[in-house]
Design a protein around this ligand. Sequence first.
Ligand SMILES: Cc1ncc(COP(=O)(O)O)c(C=O)c1O
Length: 383
Amino acid sequence: MSTSSIKKMIQISEPVIGEQECLAVQETLKSGWTTQGPKVREFERNFANIHQSKSAIASTSCTTALHLILKALNIKEGDEVIVPAFTWVSTANVVEHCLAVPIFVDIDINTFNIDPKQLKEKISSKTKAIIAVHLFGLCADIKAIKKIANNIPIIEDAACAAGSFSPEGMAGSLGIAGAFSFHPRKIISTGEGGIITTNKQELADKIDVLRNHGASLSEEKRHHSSQPFILPDFNVCGFNYRMTDIQASVGIIQLEKLKEFIDFRQYWAAFYQEQLSDIKWLKLPEIPKGYGMNWQSFVCVFNKSKHFRTRNEIMLQLQEKGISTRPGTHAVHLLGYYQSKYQFKDNDFPAANLADQQTLAIPLHNKMTEEDFKYIVDIIKGL
Ligand SMILES: Cc1ncc(COP(=O)(O)O)c(C=O)c1O
């Protein structure tokens, strides 16, 4: 295959939205019920079943899902919530929105997830929750975290982890509650969207009320009651974090494709692992035994001592060859808001700092072809 024949850009990620999703949206739009209603309920039921959870409550994003969990757990001013230092900023932002303090813990560079060995020293009498992020789709080491956490609730930021599992069970069933994302960079998408899974009925009920302005009755239930003209009580101060039935009708179809999407990604991740194993300047992702990875992203670490170029120069080279790349994510303690509020230094969390500077995600998604994967391998081998 001639590399010069490739004219298109291979995107880092692309959602696969087909005819079925379009038809489902049309049907919902024509049904006359577009806000949270029967489609959201169906999506929630199906999502909960797949993720070994008794309940699922859909929301507008993973960020609002996390916010709802913290609010339902009554996280408030002065409380501390532990979060990994390398994650998407919203894992920490939601703690700030509760006026609580995010306490950062460094990651294990081999998994990109919170390092349980460094957790103990960060726990204090003010610690009210631990957010374990399943970054890039790999579940955090929940067994080790639980040992240290004792009774502190563990919240899973499972934004990237639909369909993933650890030896302890499915993502979303491993802590007190889990929050997932359906942003287009995730393995299944509803445009924007999120969902909370939990096995605690009382928590699910609280979250259900909080996402709907604090109303004691959902709009759908009121609409179908014998007295739809009676407005419900509002006993708590809630939010409007409702998913629409339009999004849920896409989500239902996407969820049916989840297994097929993961199988495809696992096949091509194995291809990358095999084909790129000899590249000295690239540390490939490692999946610990017993973990099921959905391969939301294929994130490597660039070894700067083994290449004459920098990571960003490599990214530019790949961009020029039509291959889109990204850093894995960012170290939150290095971001302007957090640095100025808490006076962090770059090396306060060395592994997060390294991951911020040297991670390299290469394209792995369900719209890619065999030709795309082979082209990427050829180009990387030639750098
Ligand atoms: C680890 C993590 N947490 C939270 C989020 C936020 O998800 P959303 O965009 O659905 O709010 C993301 C999104 O990329 C993420 O990667």
